[in-house]
Design a protein around this ligand. Structure first.
Ligand code: SF4
Ligand code: SF4
Length: 81
């Protein structure tokens, strides 16, 4: 199991959980992902866990993970309402 890379864990912040207002969510293409962990390292919400799963309760859809992914394995997809 991958050790948590981020120094913090997601907690309920001043804006609370983001699940209700996030506009985009990151979707990982497993064919491109090499499990380097850079997305988890850069996520400001520590919303990507040891197994590189995104906790959508806390992901705010900022897209930093997609920008920093060296394999371009993350696509930001619009949430369906
Ligand atoms: S940064 Fe990209 S390649 Fe690396 S673990 Fe995350 S999704 Fe996979
Ligand atoms: S979109 Fe932003 S908050 Fe969500 S997992 Fe990526 S870096 Fe973290």
């Amino acid at each position: 199991m991958r050790k948590r890379l981020a120094t913090s864990k997601p907690t309920k912040g001043s804006s609370g959980k983001t699940g209700s207002w996030r506009t985009f969510r990151p979707v990982v293409d497993p064919e491109k992902c090499n499990a380097c962990g850079m997305c988890a390292l850069y996520c400001p919400e520590a919303a990507i866990d040891e197994d590189l799963r995104v906790d959508v309760d806390f992901c705010k859809g900022c897209g930093i993970c997609a920008t920093e992914c060296p394999k371009k394995a993350i696509t930001m997809e619009r949430e369906k309402r």
